[in-house]
Write a protein that binds this ligand. Sequence first.
Ligand code: ADP
Length: 264
Amino acid sequence: RGGTAEREVPFAQPGSLTRVYAVASGKGGVGKSSVTVNLAAAMAADGLKVGVVDADIYGHSVPRMLGADGRPTQVENMIMPPSANGVKVISIGMFTPGNAPVVWRGPMLHRALQQFLADVYWGDLDVLLLDLPPGTGDIAISVAQLVPNAEILVVTTPQQAAAEVAERAGSIAVQTHQKIVGVVENMSGLPCPHCDEMVDVFGTGGGERVAEGLTKTTGTQVPVLGAIPIDVRLREGGDEGKPVVLTDPDSPAGAAIRAIAGKL
Ligand code: ADP
């Protein structure tokens, strides 16, 4: 719709019944996208109408993890998002040729996010999850401008270094006056397949540290919503586009993520 006025973001309108969660992390590789996709699939399996915006421009991996290989189509002047496992999804990766790396700059990203929120036909959603790029970048600011009511969900690993950057990413909420719904600790130990003892591959305590730090900086109680262990089935599910919460809901990771979904 070149050059015309921007459509309003429906989720930001007073009276919108859609809960919007922006999933953030301090750095990449902590499982932010895996958590987003599995939360979405778990909520959809519980009967909620769920959408995911893959705004992680540097590592857009949500469609593959969700098994969404369809393309968006255009109807009238709206974009119809493909869906998979009961979840509607739109991704920056659907609009770049092949696997071209995204080298867009702030204003273009803002515009893309604006279109994902306003020009995509989402229907009546109960929940919209936004998978943000790692760190405290332009997109986090854009989200705050476009959907000020979006609540922030911080994903970290138990590791000290990861926790520090995660806390910084979360504390942007103070400046943008957004609510932090809670912290999810991922890769919280590996249950030994032989003896069931927990191997703390990435140490312990990162989730608690981030939650305590954010409670202090925001002045409101930020809870740890749950801890997800390292689980081969979660990784395999991501590679195959079959979220572990659906294929193996009672596996350690599957059960942990379903419990977190129940708190949102
Ligand atoms: P991010 O979005 O933070 O960059 P991803 O969700 O892409 O992270 O996860 C990074 C890698 O770690 C992926 O290969 C994913 O399958 C794997 N992974 C994430 N969480 C777990 C977990 N709890 N157990 C096993 N593998 C995991």
